[in-house]
Design a protein around this ligand. Structure first.
Ligand code: PLP
Length: 237
């Protein structure tokens, strides 16, 4: 392993863990209540290997084929794979077969396909329903008023389990503005949670706004740049 790269990623991870711990303390969250998902899209397998060596086990990917290629290289490591990208209908089988989590479910047809395609014997695919709280047509995610129907559609499906909600807001500079969509996601969760489906996962917060998300109850932050450094341009982009 390239030791300079490994040291850099280990330092980055330590700093991100410190940011998470500091935000937990500042906002009255129990220590360890916020999990770190390292978003490794467009980053090479060597970087994932380095992050794993520094204690990181959960990785987020946005492009199915790229993820499968890296999973093959890293098959000997006990990693958990989260799909955070836009779901395409023709990729549901690969997502169902090769991921532990899906953060970006927006469509009941995809839910039915993923459940049917989840391999027999595998634990249910943990899914978050992605909600668009910035109201931008270009951003993925359901309008909040459609989340309940999708969650209900998922209840009957045995291959997937709804763990909670996810959001990816438009970037904002100041903490108060950053907090608004995260507070809205938490409020939506509080409205939709039931004893049998507590929706305990709130997947929200990235490099630029993880403190705001933790202040509003994030249980999982999805961090790419602060862990791996700036992303190289996507192949074909
Ligand atoms: C890329 C990505 C992230 C990580 O973003 P950073 O700003 O690099 O931390 C988080 N969530 C999703 C859905 C992403 O696509």
């Amino acid at each position: 392993m390239d030791t300079e790269l490994a040291n850099r990623i280990a330092d980055n991870l330590a700093r991100v863990r410190e940011r998470i711990a500091a935000a937990e303390a500042r906002y009255g969250r129990p220590p360890g209540s916020v999990a770190l998902l390292a978003v490794s899209k467009v980053q090479g397998a060597e970087r994932i290997n380095a992050a794993h060596a520094a204690g990181q086990t959960a990785f987020g990917e946005s492009y199915v084929q790229e993820a499968l290629d890296k999973q093959a290289v890293l098959a000997d490591l006990p990693l958990l794979w989260h799909f955070v990208g836009r779901v395409q209908t023709n990729k549901t089988r690969d997502i169902a077969a090769h991921f532990d989590w899906l953060h970006s479910l927006c469509d009941s047809k995809h839910a039915r396909r993923l459940a049917a395609q989840r391999p027999a014997g595998a634990p249910p695919l943990q899914v978050c329903v992605q909600v668009n709280l910035s109201g931008e047509a270009s951003k993925a995610g359901l309008p909040p008023e459609e989340a309940a129907a999708l969650i209900d559609a998922c209840r009957a499906l045995s291959g997937i389990a709804v763990a909670g909600l996810m959001t990816l807001p438009a970037p904002a500079e100041d903490l108060a503005t950053q907090r608004r969509p995260f507070a809205a996601l938490r409020a939506l969760r509080d409205r939709l949670a039931t004893p049998d489906l507590p929706l305990s996962t709130l997947s929200m917060g990235m490099t630029a706004d993880l403190e705001a998300a933790i202040a509003e109850g994030a249980t999982m932050v999805r961090v790419g740049t602060a862990v791996f450094g700036p992303r190289p341009p996507a192949v074909g982009a």
